[in-house]
Design a protein around this ligand. Structure first.
Ligand SMILES: Nc1ncnc2c1ncn2[C@@H]1O[C@H](COP(=O)(O)OP(=O)(O)OP(=O)(O)O)[C@@H](O)[C@H]1O
Ligand SMILES: [Zn+2]
Ligand SMILES: [Zn+2]
Length: 801
């Protein structure tokens, strides 16, 4: 007898293991590992969903009491063996439930709230089934409409391509048609001779056709994105050099189907890196590389050429980038090189678009995947290379269950596929840099910018010395520099660092920031009530008149929003054309792309934005970068706040002077002597690394120690506190004596949304009992969990707030 092992969608400790179910007649040959099923569960036999993670042969006598699978939700597996295996590892590694991991891997469109249908797409020879399709070609795929044996027939019909499964998404767009052109030219050289030398529009069109001789090219993209004239297309059509066809409009958010970019000739450093990585690809070696390259050193070209190598070997490629730098610029660079083979996954896509992309990957149509964090689970087969760009970025860590780090998952998949993993950054995480130093990762460096360009000159402006003008936003020096750049017809990027803050009060004499006495977080100014409020605990006090630290009267509103800065700019430099990029101006779909496009076309002189603009942008005409407030991230209660500030300043500085013209950076700060600011001035990552490693060593922090955060919360403060003490005591008794256990303490933000939080920080080097002990904690706290306690285990937390 065959049984299925099913992970059910009941996320508790007790159910975090596969349950056995009998496979009903008719499904025996159809049911596959990786399909979703509906099964009866518990005493009441309520129906729950689950994933088949294994199918086994057993002796019927041994398991007479087994319940039977109700039905399948899929006709083909939605997860392959690799991903099922990965989910088990991930659950273990992140102390979460395997079901959460399995669900994390699927696009939302396939999650329960969306209806599943079967759709007839060919003649159906089975009488029973074909009768059902008489009324409609789409029928809900459930037990009301199909019984067990019929489900088996459906699977056969799907194999024969007579039906398909459709997940109906609420906002699914109707399919539309659009006009495309297809090349008809065989002899390109001969054709070129027939075109006048000064007919550039026609020559451009010819070039695009030559690069894409077989592919339909959507006319509107040719015109809008490549500047090819409609009249050129018309005259080509008349001469039968191309023909027009109608194609199905695809929900491609970037609408870029045309390859226009050729590989660049590599510099010596790039070539060394590419050779080394390609060697691993060719020999299927699972090496992890750290590619440390200064800003503008051409890391992207290294990625593109190694991806090409994997494709040449008929393998696929996975490229991960932080959400924030998943800009149209980056996406277009990959799409321009690899065309339609690229699938893009990020949070800006609609559910339907994400599902489309997922399906293209699952079916093997898309062979290069570019995406943010969750794309690390893309169902690619046969991966030849995995790239993690800006590997230090904190958005790679998921805050919620399962609390995985994208880098760990990428490395796991690299091992599975025997392929190299490339971690790239101008400012690698200390952890990765340390591993490269020890030889765990192979170290590749691009120490110079492309074309012998040097890094931009950085100067620091001490804002405590500035006269009280311009609301403390602009120093005289920065204003003058902006003015000069505009006169020279060059462009400026201005960053307002808003990390961790909205609007706060700061003393202009000593730099003191007014903080909440309970939460260790800065208070936010509320003009309506004329008070300072804590956004987390609700603490409130009147706006002070004197600095509590140095008693200066010079205490003022700071950390203004980009909107206010924009207004200031208009007053101070009326001629400047400013475009603002922040959460407000990019909320609408496509607006991000539009702003960057218009800035690139020099419709604006100044791009003003938050951290959003620090990464990945490549505008040749930008020669000045200004950082309005370098300090705001430095004070956060987090041992990584220096590292983050250094990264941010280095990344944003790197936006200046990337092409022919020299770049300049001006950083305004209230802490000009701080080592982070000083080292950022020299853009000296290696010096920063050495210095910061010393500090981490002294304080027993990562990468010298691993960290785990255990957080315990409840609406009832007493319950949370007493459980936290119990857990800490248990851990102190069970873990080895070199492991450091801090706490329990109320979390820096102790109370959030009415729950009281306590946290325990575990710092360890090697502790064989750790995993077991933490699982034990999860087990024994079950009773309290039923009474409303929550307990979370976060390995390598990126936030301690
Ligand atoms: N071999 C090359 N020859 C000519 N130009 C190149 C070459 N490699 C890269 N470039 C160009 O140099 C510029 C900088 O490269 P790229 O954006 O890849 O750098 P990066 O290291 O990714 O930078 P950042 O970390 O700042 O984003 C780009 O405009 C790119 O097209
Ligand atoms: Zn507070
Ligand atoms: Zn002061």
């Amino acid at each position: 007898m065959k049984i299925a092992k099913v992970i059910v969608d009941v996320p508790t400790m007790q159910t975090n293991t596969p349950y056995s179910y009998r496979i009903p007649n008719g499904l025996e040959t159809q049911l596959k590992r990786g399909m979703r099923v509906v099964v009866p569960f518990g005493n009441g036999n309520r129906k729950v969903e689950g994933f088949v993670v294994d199918i086994e042969e057993t002796d019927a006598k041994q398991s007479p009491q087994l319940k039977e699978i109700d039905r399948t939700m899929d006709l083909v597996p939605v997860l392959n063996d690799e991903l099922i295996k990965l989910s088990k590892w991930l659950a273990d590694k992140t102390y979460s439930f395997q079901i959460s991991c399995l669900l994390t891997m699927l696009p939302n469109a396939m999650k329960a709230k969306y209806a599943t249908y079967v759709k007839a797409i060919g003649p159906i020879d089975d009488e029973d089934i074909s009768k059902k399709f008489k009324a409609s070609d789409m029928i809900p795929f459930d037990s009301e409409h199909f019984d067990g044996p019929e489900m088996g027939k459906l699977a056969k019909l799907r194999k024969a391509n007579k039906i398909k499964v459709v997940y109906k998404v609420q906002n699914e767009a109707k399919k539309k048609q659009e006009t495309a052109v297809v090349n008809q030219i065989n002899d390109f050289d001969g054709t070129q001779k027939q075109i006048r030398k000064n007919a550039t529009a026609q020559l451009n069109l010819l070039e695009v056709l030559q690069k894409n001789p077989k592919q339909p090219l959507v006319q509107s993209h040719l015109v809008k994105d490549l500047g090819i004239s409609n009249s050129a297309i018309k005259s080509f059509e008349k001469k039968n050099w191309l023909k027009k066809i109608q194609v199905e409009k695809y929900r491609d958010p970037y609408k870029h189907e045309i390859k226009v970019d050729q590989p660049k000739k590599l510099t010596k450093d790039q070539e060394d890196a590419v050779k080394e990585i390609n060697r691993s690809i060719d020999s299927h070696q699972n090496d992890t590389y750290l590619l440390e390259g200064v800003t503008g050193s051409g890391k992207t070209e290294v990625y593109l050429q190694t991806i090409q190598r994997a494709l040449d070997l008929k393998e696929t490629a996975l490229m991960l980038v932080p959400e924030i730098s998943l800009t149209p610029q980056m996406v277009n660079r990959v799409k321009n090189r690899f065309g339609n083979q690229v699938a893009v996954i990020h949070s800006g896509l609609s559910t339907g678009e994400k599902y489309d992309e997922w399906r293209r990957i699952n079916s093997g149509d898309a062979r290069v995947v570019v995406g943010a964090r969750s794309a690390v689970f893309a169902p690619l087969d046969n991966i030849g290379i995995i790239i993690l760009d800006e590997e230090h970025d904190t958005s790679y860590k998921q805050d919620d269950n399962p609390r995985y780090h994208t880098r760990d998952v990428a490395i796991w998949r690299g091992k599975y596929h025997h392929c190299p993993v490339v971690l790239g950054s101008a400012t690698p995480s200390l952890e990765s840099r340390a591993r490269a130093g020890k030889g765990v990762y192979k170290f590749l460096r691009l120490p110079k910018r492309i074309n012998q360009k040097h890094l931009p000159e950085v100067s620091i402006v001490d804002m405590t010395q500035e006269e009280e003008t311009h609301d403390g936003i602009f120093s005289g020096e920065l204003l003058k520099a902006i003015d000069q750049r505009i006169d020279k017809n060059e462009q400026v990027v201005l960053m307002l660092n808003r990390r961790g803050f909205s609007s706060f009060l700061m003393c202009r004499d000593c730099g003191y920031v007014l903080k909440c006495p309970n939460c260790d977080i800065s208070l936010t100014l509320h003009m309506d009530s004329h008070t300072m409020k804590c956004h987390y605990c609700g603490f409130e006090e009147p706006i002070p008149k004197y600095c509590p630290h140095c008693h200066s009267k010079n205490i003022r509103y700071f950390g203004t929003g980009t909107e206010k800065v924009e207004k200031q700019l208009h007053e101070l430099l009326p001629k400047a054309r400013v475009v603002r990029m922040d959460v407000d101006t990019t909320r609408k779909k496509g607006s991000h792309e539009k702003i960057l496009h218009e800035f690139g076309d020099h419709h604006f002189d100044i791009l003003l934005g938050t951290q959003m603009i620090a990464k990945g942008l490549d505008f040749p005409n930008v020669t000045l970068v200004g950082v309005l407030n370098a300090d705001t991230g430095l004070d956060l209660p987090d041992f990584r706040s220096s590292e983050r500030t250094f990264d941010l300043l280095t990344q944003v500085s790197g936006r200046a002077g990337r092409a022919d013209k020299d770049g300049e950076v001006i950083i305004q700060t209230y802490n000009p002597e701080n080592y982070v600011i000083q080292l950022a001035k020299h853009q000296d990552y290696e010096a920063f690394y050495q210095k910061e490693m010393q500090l981490r060593h002294l304080a027993d922090y990562s990468p010298y120690f691993f960290t785990i955060k255990v957080s315990i919360s409840s609406l009832n403060e007493k319950q949370a506190a007493s459980e936290a003490y119990d857990v800490a005591n248990y851990l102190k008794g069970s873990l080895n004596n070199k492991t450091i256990i801090l706490g329990p303490t109320p979390r820096p933000i102790a109370r959030m949304k009415r729950r009281y939080y306590f946290q325990i920080i575990i710092k360890y080097k090697r502790d064989l009992k750790l995993n077991q002990s933490l699982k034990h904690v999860l087990q024994v706290s079950q009773k309290e969990v039923r009474k409303g306690l929550r307990i979370g285990i976060d390995p390598e937390p990126v936030s301690f707030m």
